[in-house]
Design a protein around this ligand. Structure first.
Ligand SMILES: [Zn+2]
Length: 167
């Protein structure tokens, strides 16, 4: 997604664009054991305004993806909507600063930056809560006691075995 900075006036610039789901999936699959799959292209709407130094970019991204529930392995469809705001500042510093994208020249392609925003918003592992009736809050499936019992031992009493060893 290319922003032509030289054309921006005090009225600002509104832009719409997209990132293809295939490109997002390729990026996701660079990570090991990825099980998130984008099912829709990401739609991006943004506005660029002049600032005393550089430009301010405000926008929204919306897309959809599927991811298996970590409890029942059901594929779940999820919507992702996120707002972003960052400054465009001229230069090429070595240090990373949150909320600032540096550019050189008269235009900048922010596709990589937007892809990173999308990916950082996702959790690689989806583990929903289970309620008192042992029902998964996402899939509404009821779990049998065995699974829950195992989880109790694993997560709530991590030092139980250690205690035994000490006595
Ligand atoms: Zn579930």
């Amino acid at each position: 997604m290319l922003i032509q900075l030289s054309t921006i006036t005090h009225l600002g610039l509104e832009l719409e664009g997209d990132i293809l789901k295939n490109e997002l999936n390729e990026r996701m699959n660079e990570g090991k054991n990825n099980d998130i799959e984008f099912t829709k292209d990401a739609i991006i709407k943004l506005k660029v305004d002049l600032q005393p130094v550089g430009y301010l970019v405000n926008g929204q991204i919306s897309t959809q993806y599927k991811q298996p529930c970590g409890r029942c392995a059901d594929q779940k469809d999820n919507k992702l909507n996120l707002n972003f705001v960052f400054s465009l500042i001229e230069g090429n510093p070595k240090d990373y600063e949150e909320g600032i994208v540096y550019y050189e020249g008269f235009s900048i392609n922010i596709k990589n930056y937007l892809e990173e925003l999308i990916i950082l918003k996702l959790s690689p592992y989806l583990l929903p809560e289970i309620d008192k009736k042992l029902k998964c809050s996402l899939c509404k499936k009821v779990f049998n006691g065995k699974d829950l019992e195992k989880e109790k031992i694993d997560t709530q009493k991590p030092f139980a075995d250690l205690k035994k060893m000490l006595h």
